[in-house]
Ligand binder design. Sequence first.
Ligand code: MN
Ligand code: MN
Length: 452
Amino acid sequence: SSDLYCNFLNHGKTERECCDEIVNRIEKEGYIELQNLISHNKKLNKGDKVYSVCMNKSIIMFQIGEKPLTEGLNILGAHIDSPRLDVKQNPLYEDGGISYLDTHYYGGVKKYQWVTLPLAIHGVIVKKDGTTVEVNIGEDEDDPVFFISDLLIHLASEQLEKKASKFIDGEALDIVVGTIPFLNSEKGKEDKEDKEDKEDVKRNILRIFKEMYDIEEEDFISAELEVVPAGKARDAGFDRSLILSYGHDDRVCAFSSLGAMLEAKKCLRTTCCILVDKEEIGSVGATGMQSRFFANTVAEVMNLTGDYSELNLRRCLANSFMLSSDVSAAYDPSYATSFDKKNAAFLGQGMVFNKYTGARGKSGSNDANAEYMAYIRNVLEENQIIYQTAELGKVDAGGGGTIAYILALYGMNVIDCGIAVLNMHAPWEAISKADLYETKRGYLAFLEKAGM
Ligand code: MN
Ligand code: MN
């Protein structure tokens, strides 16, 4: 339901938090960690549920089906990272009596959207001794929030002449963290000497960090702190048909894929749900879709069913079906000229299929096979799923990509599908509750019926 979804959004504002939420939920549903089975020399049998987590940021789960793995998996794959501002490795400084944390934006953001908003900081600081300090500040009613300033309109005549991509400089996206100077008994003496290099406000912030988190300034070197919009997912509209939240891309597909995975019963084919990190920056790194983590995990699962061989693994992957579950752009009447209305996704009109994505002539796209699209249409229609087909926007307007092309490398059938989002990648994005409901049903039909 949409309450459960809002709860998932509120407790999962980073890929790490999402991973933790997902593990807590699936362990209650009987999922066992793969490494646990391996170290206890256990086997996997029909109906068993298993999962594996990579570096606390991406997760893959399987429910073993009736048919042998070599006949292929039914895979749902979504991503759990979202655009945001990451705190730099050497972030803390003071200027003009204000202390700041310097950031580096992550993923595609319109920088001007991130100023003068209440912001929260989520993440981890790992100390040299290996202890991890979890940071989550700016969400509770009593928490302080953070923000990025913008130039007052009164003095903005020059700024307003700039084009939007230069309007706010990336290096200006620094968050205000304090203004009170450090005070101690030595202060009077020191003050007279070198007032310029004092950085008293910064020193005071470091004192607070020491008190709150027991960390030193150099501990930022091994931290991953993500600055996100502060606040909860909310119903939007008098009719409450929409949900306004940070991070629908792509937690709305992650949540509905996970829901379908947990609901799917008695599947002939083994079902698989991949919830992965780093999609917003090209699916790179150990926790991104391009990592060997996926193929390695399938190999381990196959090994525990007693069927592993290199050839069997390749057959399994090639025979798999996948829905690459990612959000699509919702048609926006205020910006109608950016869309081809015949090939646009509309809020409230169901699950969206993108046969291809890409930019400038489908570049970088996984263009799904017509035969596969036909097959999926049939599954959807037999299960009365409401769906629509779309492109992101007008051919020359821009474009985007997903994880689809990476899974397609194994020679499996993959198609992009998901949920329409209004003002995608903005700090606050909107989706339709009806689409969330319908897409979950679509994913469930795919897991239970595809490949039979
Ligand atoms: Mn996405
Ligand atoms: Mn995105």
